[in-house]
Design a protein around this ligand. Sequence first.
Ligand code: HGY
Ligand code: MN
Ligand code: MN
Ligand code: MN
Length: 414
Amino acid sequence: MPASAAPGSAPPGFQTMWRELAAVGRDAGSGGYRRYAWTPADTDCRAWFREQAAARGLDYETDRNGNQWAWLGDPAAGDAVVTGSHLDSVPDGGAFDGPLGVVSAFAAVDELRARGAVPGRPLAVVNFGDEEGARFGLACVGSRLTAGRIGAEDARRLRDADGVTLARAMERAGHDPDAIGADPERLARVGAFVELHVEQGRALDLGGHPVGVASAIWPHGRWRFDFRGQANHAGTTRLEDRHDPMLTYAGTVLAAREQARLAGALATFGKVAVEPGGVNAIASLVRGWLDSRAADEQTLAAVVAGIERAAREGGTRDGVAVEVVRESFTPEVEFAPVLRDRLAALLGTDAPVPVLPTGAGHDAGILADAVPTAMLFVRNPTGVSHSPAEFAAEDDCAAGVTALADVLEGLACR
Ligand code: HGY
Ligand code: MN
Ligand code: MN
Ligand code: MN
């Protein structure tokens, strides 16, 4: 389903929402999305969320950290069943990562109403702010703040590539940065959080399943590698006289691949900045960001240590100074077994539903320590994500909405 096309077999409300969101923050050339936290595209997404709440007569609120909530029932009653995801994107992201969970959440509320199901617990749809960390470098800032997993002062000081702090960006977008911080009272109202997400691999497709349930999230983190050498003339500096950080960086990228391969883990340098950036000058600084993930924390630590060792050895060889800074770390998450099994039972009445782990991070993973949390995945036949090629067929989107409505009904209406 192209980003702009309506999913024909999905409920009409879903189709309308999908069409409305499709144009927001879309690059006409690549078809990918650039919806970064607290930018105009993000503001448009947030306005859209608010309109969806109003159109359904749901009570809307923005919490102290800028996360958006749409309530059916009284939040103060507690033990709420909450569903949703995020609307921001990675650079040139796909249409589904995040928005599928939010659109499906509103569509599932519509479906419950159409079924005449009456919730005995409050229900809410949520849009967590800045899940991807594309602008300020830290993923899941909205849920991390709420769960007290980052301090307010540290968050306010995060900077984007232009040096704009998160505090300033929030202010410009009309949110008070002095208000941010841990929100245990809000979390205490949540009895269960269920995030629906497009699958970011091909396990469901290979198994022939439209929908699956998540079991766990691999531990993962981001590290910044600075390689400092000496800028010099590309045409006059003899090879043996150079201090070229690009060489050290290149060796480190290869080492990352090898360390990950040997450990059955993942390691990616997907972002790099070069100074001064002249074609005819040896670089003075290469700054590369490593994203690494593994099935367990010990393996992850060993992989990153191996990459760091290779970087330092390369630095000694090339006369380049190497500095490594861990920018973020998210420990392994196992989703609440009781809730996970409940979802699998609710959805598996005809045929068993696959229960699978993922290497991708989610707000659900951040909240899992504080509230019972579960995830549903919707089949992605391309297996591609964080790219415009991300995909889910219209029938599978519809199956996702039905599954989510079944789960909400099972948790809140019986
Ligand atoms: O980077 C991630 O794992 C995610 O999709 N936020
Ligand atoms: Mn993502
Ligand atoms: Mn996501
Ligand atoms: Mn010259």
